[in-house]
Design a protein around this ligand. Structure first.
Ligand code: ZN
Length: 75
């Protein structure tokens, strides 16, 4: 596992792109369902998590980037 979200139902496309269906960085054990339009970006619409984020499951970093993430996703 490369990061906290590297598990079902999240997946990688044929081109290696990461699809974030549920975010486990901000949704706990069950994950939080990502905004549908953000799934294909691989980023969480709620906490701003991206596949480049390490270490996994860092609540601190997730919170710190929450505002930036929302700006990126929603413009
Ligand atoms: Zn999240």
């Amino acid at each position: 596992m490369e990061h906290v979200n590297d598990k079902d139902p999240n997946f990688y496309g044929d081109d290696g792109r990461f699809f974030l269906v549920r975010c486990f960085a901000c949704g706990g054990d069950r994950g939080r369902e990502n905004w549908s339009c953000a799934v294909a970006t691989g980023c969480c619409a709620f906490c701003g998590w991206t596949p480049a984020d390490t270490p996994p499951g860092s609540e601190e970093s997730a919170k710190r980037k929450r505002d930036d993430g929302l700006r990126q996703v929603f413009g």
